[in-house]
Design a protein around this ligand. Structure first.
Ligand SMILES: [Zn+2]
Length: 153
């Protein structure tokens, strides 16, 4: 089964490109949906997926939201597939390099990730937040509304 996953086909490539194009249009056309969750993998404070932002409930603050919004902008700029390839290259090559040196630490790779550097710089921006959608489908415009309306997932 895994061998078939490693053998690319034209149909698989077309499906991948069509999925990327659909998600790319989605992140351009639909405001991100914001959910709060109790925990995230690796203890992350937030997680951005195409069109979806997950915030750890106790850290659902405006700076963390702005950080994840920068990741949404990166998905618009590079497409979800392009962003995944950039992340895969950074973490894949970094993992192999660190493993050769005998140490593997996700957070050291995270700290050297250029996409994270850009998102960290975006945490203290002050321009108005873009339109957001909470998990019930309401459009949000201000962080005060985000805090007021977001419910624990
Ligand atoms: Zn980040």
């Amino acid at each position: 089964m895994f061998a078939s996953l490693l053998q690319p086909t034209w149909a698989g490539l077309l499906l991948l490109l069509a999925t990327n194009l659909t998600l790319w249009l989605w992140v351009w056309r639909v405001p991100p949906i914001v959910l709060t969750v109790r925990s995230l993998p690796l203890g992350g404070l937030g997680l951005a997926l195409p069109g979806l932002i997950l915030l750890q409930d106790v850290y659902a603050t405006e700076p963390v939201l702005r950080h994840e919004l920068v990741h949404q902008q990166q998905m618009r700029r590079y497409s979800p597939l392009g962003t995944s390839l950039l992340l895969g290259w950074h973490y894949g090559v970094g993992f192999l390099r660190l493993r050769r040196m005998g140490r593997v630490a996700f957070w050291s790779l995270w700290a050297t990730n250029p996409l994270e550097h850009e998102a960290l710089r975006g945490m203290n921006r002050t321009e108005p937040l873009p339109k957001l959608i909470d998990w019930r489908g309401k459009r949000l415009g201000l962080m005060a509304k985000v805090r007021q309306v977001l419910r624990k997932f």
